[in-house]
Design a protein around this ligand. Structure first.
Ligand SMILES: NC(=O)CC[C@H](N)C(=O)O
Length: 387
């Protein structure tokens, strides 16, 4: 039954019946997903446009989000995808009128234009503590300016959702057509340069790729071609790439089984240098015979410590994943190369007899620190060695 909640224009209805009440912002309407918290203090434009957040609702632990508004350069150039990303966002404070020389639009208007349903004025610390204790809940976020909500229907919708386990979203986040990419990493004062490709060529399989991965690869000097998630290994190898990259992406890696993992096996067998990032890391592990599992709360932030076991160095990294590679299931052919210093989960693997490696974290940052950018150099070195 629809009823009016006085002074309330936004709610979060959890599958267990809990209702958080606050003020709606951004788009009106409702969105269904899994609620995760992100601890990054900056980079809300990049976070809310990361395709890997499809079917998720983001709760920002940093209380003041949106204060510097939105700028076209970051949206057009660093916005990671227009169509597919988080549909809902939760904030402690109501986003204010922007005060920044780069702001071209208010955060609220931008959320409206991207159809992101926002909820502000809720106790995000309590929500975060709850997720830490009992895992990421299924929920519906709703914004209605007239304050009318059918709470029972929202809870029922959250309860009926199957959740992310078994859900394949990579195909939906992928490009449908192959395209070339020649934009490099942002640099002051030039901005985004066009990169003159040298002699190496890389095929990126797009499972929901972040643009900054493409930029980081282009900045190694390679010619970049992006292909759809369902492209066969034969079609990829016919392009005679010097290297292949398996991108990040949304959803359950194990649900991509039929169209992705068997093709990745063939790519590994071909001896072509290969690099996987996040979902690509998980799918490479599956292709090698390892298992992936759902985490309770996942890793979503921009200051996670990860150790590179091959050098002993610790890097502070950007993270966004809710599934993880079960390190105990790694076969003998695989070495563990990186580990999370937060909880000891696997963050990287390399094959012992092939020029193939992958990482769970995000060397392309966007947002976050660039400590792990060296991994693109490691990949370029593998391609050089294979020449
Ligand atoms: N950023 C990613 O590629 C995320 C991978 C996967 N969807 C996960 O949640 O673990």
């Amino acid at each position: 039954m629809t009823r009016t909640l006085p002074g309330v224009t936004g709610v979060l209805a959890l599958a267990d019946g809990t209702i958080l009440q606050g003020l709606g912002c951004g788009a009106e309407g409702s969105a269904l997903g899994e609620v995760v918290f992100n601890t990054a203090m900056t980079g809300y434009q990049e976070i809310l446009t990361d395709p890997s957040y499809m079917s998720q609702i983001l709760a920002f632990t940093f209380p003041h989000v949106g204060n510097v508004g939105v700028n076209a350069e970051d949206v057009e150039q660093m916005g990671e995808s227009a169509a597919t990303s988080a549909r809902g966002a939760i904030f402690r404070d109501v986003p204010t009128t922007p005060a920044n020389w780069r702001a071209g639009q208010s955060f609220d208007d931008w959320m409206k234009s991207r159809n992101v349903v926002g909820l502000a004025g809720v106790d995000t610390r309590a929500l975060t503590a709850r997720i830490r204790e009992s895992g990421a809940p299924h929920a519906v976020i709703a914004h209605a300016a007239d304050g009318q909500f059918d709470l029972d229907a929202l809870v029922a919708q959250a309860r009926a959702w199957q959740g992310l386990v078994g859900l394949d979203l990579a195909k939906d986040a992928s490009t449908l057509q192959a395209f070339d990419w020649d934009q490099g990493l942002w640099d002051w004062p030039e901005g985004y340069p066009r990169v003159q490709a040298a002699d190496k060529s890389v095929v990126v399989i797009d499972y929901g790729v972040k643009k900054n991965i493409l930029r980081a690869l282009a900045s190694t000097g390679a010619k970049i071609t992006v292909v759809p998630a369902t492209t066969s290994a034969e079609d990829i190898l016919a392009r005679k790439p010097d290297g292949v990259v398996l991108s990040n992406g949304p959803g359950d890696p194990a649900a991509t089984g039929e169209y992705a993992v068997p093709e990745i096996k063939k790519l590994v067998a071909s001896g072509t240098p290969l690099m996987g990032i996040c979902l690509g890391h998980q799918m490479l592990a599956l292709a090698m015979g390892a298992k992936t599992v759902k985490m309770d709360q996942g890793h979503h932030g921009a200051n996670h410590p990860v150790k590179d076991l091959t050098t002993g160095k610790v890097e502070i990294v950007s993270m966004n994943h809710g599934f993880t590679v079960d390190r105990d299931s790694l076969p003998d052919a695989v070495t563990e190369t990186h580990v999370s210093l937060f909880d000891g989960t696997n963050c990287g693997i390399a094959l012992k007899d092939r020029p193939v490696f992958s990482v769970q974290h995000h060397p392309e940052a966007s947002p976050g620190p660039t400590d792990s950018l060296y991994l693109f150099g490691r990949f370029a070195d593998l391609m050089k060695a294979g020449a």
